[in-house]
Unconditional design. Sequence first.
Length: 558
Amino acid sequence: MTSKLLSAILVSFLAAPVCFGQDVGSQSDSEVAAADRLQQSGNLTYAIALYKKALTASPGQVAAQSGLIRAYLRNEQVDEAYELAKSSLVVQPTAAPLLSATGWVQYRRAEIPESEASFLAAKKADPNQVDAYLGLSRVYRTALFYRKAYDEIQRVHSIAPNDPAVQRAWLSMLPRSERIKALEAYLAAPHPENKDENAGLQAWLEYLKATDGQPAHACKLANAVEQTETPLVAMLRDPKHIAGYGLNVKLNDRNQRLLLDTGAGGIIINRRAAEKAGLKRISKFEFSGIGDKGNREAYYAVVDDIRIGEMDFRDCVVSVSEKSMGLDQDGLIGADVFSSYVVDIDFPVEKLRLNPLPKRPEDNEVKATLASESNSDADDDTEGHAAKSTAEEGKPAADQPPRLHIPKDRYVAPEMANWSRVFRIGHNLLVPTRVNESKTMLFILDTGAFSNTMSPTAARDVTKVRGDDTYKVKGLSGEVNKTYRADKAMLQFGNVRQPNEDIATFDISGVSRNLGVEISGFLGFATFRLLEMKIDYRDGLVTFNYDPSKLPPAIRPR
């Protein structure tokens, strides 16, 4: 059906009067059902119009209200979704669909504790409210309570195994031997409402097929290194200014210089570096980052040997960009690749230290691997991810059910009780941050960004914003077209309080949309070059240490 024909049909339907003798409630129900189908097919504009028509006829209809909230949210009309959720709950505070829809709105607004409360209330009001279980799973994964998230998906899968959203959540829990069949079955059905996510799942399927029947590329540590220290290498923006720090890395005995980037995931290198190291291509995918040039083509490749300082890792997967990423170095190495360790990035003395993670009370040991691959598997607890990759080398006996990977919740060791807790989505660490006297916002910890940055919306809420065409921002997706500057801003995060002048501002709505939660800015290298930063990726913990005596004389305060 063409878009013009669909438009004509919808316009005539929306304008149609109620027929004499027809029950208003039944017509409203049919309109909601039609709106639900439109929303599922991705026609959000028409779905919103039908939900509104249904609410005009029946203002208190919960199905229409919750459907309209969801449609607003998917259409990035977050403010409209929030206002409708608030007004609807005033009248019907115990309606499970409204509570669940409100939870999703709150999560999108970065009100994560509030969203948990709404999802729990929805589940209490209706134990079969599917959206509430899915919402709680998202909240718990973001807060690194992976076992709690697992339990929510287990429960909702028993309630609604054929729901497409439940099926997507269930896919990542299956053992490798079951994933190809499950992915093929899911992608064979029409899911036009999730085009971007489907593309990622298709790339995942191609990767699994390309490696089917092979031992998992577990990226195991070949030598026993419990802790180590290696130099950080200055990456220059120009002859006088440092843009960041990186590492000298050997890929198959070929020297590469990779920028150490807490805002990146895994290892991603340019094609020239991959060809130099003789890497073996596995399958293709697309990635994106800051910038206005959209997705970039890339492929996964196998590295036989990766050496970083004293550490030697074997049989690893890295990402390779088909085109230049606009970087002077050979690529990026996300700090999350060291998530089997406590990552100590000491910028003032130019050292990277890796120390053992605290052992959970129930564990015998913590095994180190290199999380070089940034894909769908990574959104999980890192220790469990490593164990899963190793376990998948064997297959369950034919008469035994497939083994599900059971992850663990975050653990705060006594010696880390004073560290700051952060959220995590994939490789991104989301740091609760206040700007001036603002409410708490979420900023991404990003040493690959030269300066601190804010979204225009967040900046306008706390200070003055002005256009600035002279300031250039470049990321993995090219240059940003429109940039601004914000006046004075006091950033407060963790145990740090830092004044900023003329903070960079540009549209980062794509980042928020991709992560599903409002991101208000990035904490960049300009701040962290003065600090020693310690990160526990497994448990979502960070701490920062400022010691002026360690700073180079040129930037040491007098």
